[in-house]
Write a new protein. Structure first.
Length: 252
């Protein structure tokens, strides 16, 4: 097989959570360009625009992953339309900032539910279905630099993303013999709507760029290309890995 064919995703169905904008939308577009049929999930923001921009068989779905029932609803709706899921990209996430001494427990629970619990729930649902079908599959979780660092004023986010990294390894260990690879991407500072306030802060922007060896903010496409790789046959011998896409931030 020609080497570039190992990166094709033809005849695969991919579910991308949090695909309404930013990294998630870029991943959905890239998977479609590689040949996959993409289910685009939106939570508070619908993902119809992403699905429309992709065209073809792409479709939008909406489910509240802050609810314990949201993952099951999303899985049921996607499989009802497409029959099965071959690739799961757990991208949906949220961040709520407070001083740790004042952190409201309801905010803690919301962050943990969206960033960690729903990741496990969807992974379990997709993994179980793949095993029942005796089919190979790929799960890619979006971790964070705060899977490794503590951050400031984000204890729930740091805890959830640290747990995502460990969950990735745990699932990889169990499911590798079943032909299911589970990996994660830890993005660095990426130029999205969520980071616009940081980029507009002249002092903070300068401090961030001085720390990044490549000297630039990442683009959503940097994460999307990595997601295509980890979702493809080219990554069949990679599992349990948290791949830093951070311009060298953690190496500094």
């Amino acid at each position: 097989m020609p080497v570039l064919d190992h990166f094709r995703l033809d005849n695969k169905v991919a579910l991308v959570t949090g695909a309404s904008a930013g990294i998630g939308a870029s991943i959905a577009q890239a998977l479609a360009e590689a040949g996959a049929t993409v289910a685009c999930h939106g939570n508070s923001r619908p993902a119809e625009a992403t699905a429309a921009s992709i065209g073809g068989n792409a479709a939008a779905f909406q489910a509240d992953l802050s609810s314990t029932e949201g993952a099951q609803q999303l899985f049921d709706e996607v499989t009802a339309k497409f029959g099965h899921i071959d690739i799961l990209i757990n991208n949906a996430g949220t961040i709520i900032r407070h001083e740790a001494v004042d952190y409201p427990f309801e905010d803690w629970q919301r962050v943990i539910q969206i960033n960690l619990n729903s990741v496990f729930q969807l992974s379990q649902l997709v993994g179980r279905a793949l095993i029942e079908r005796k089919a190979p599959g790929k799960i890619v979780n979006i971790a964070s630099l705060l899977s490794f660092q503590g951050g400031i004023r984000v204890p729930a986010y740091a805890a959830s993303k640290g747990a995502v990294a460990q969950l990735t390894k745990a699932l990889a260990n169990e499911w590798a013999p079943r032909g299911i690879q589970v990996n994660a991407i830890a993005p660095g500072y990426i130029a999205t709507d969520n980071t616009l306030p940081l980029r507009n802060d002249e002092t903070r922007n300068r401090q961030i760029l001085e720390r990044i060896p490549t000297g630039r903010w990442g683009d959503p496409e940097d994460i999307a290309a990595t997601a295509v790789f980890l979702s493809s046959p080219a990554a069949n011998y990679i599992t349990g890995t948290v791949l830093n896409v951070d311009g060298g931030w953690l190496a500094r």
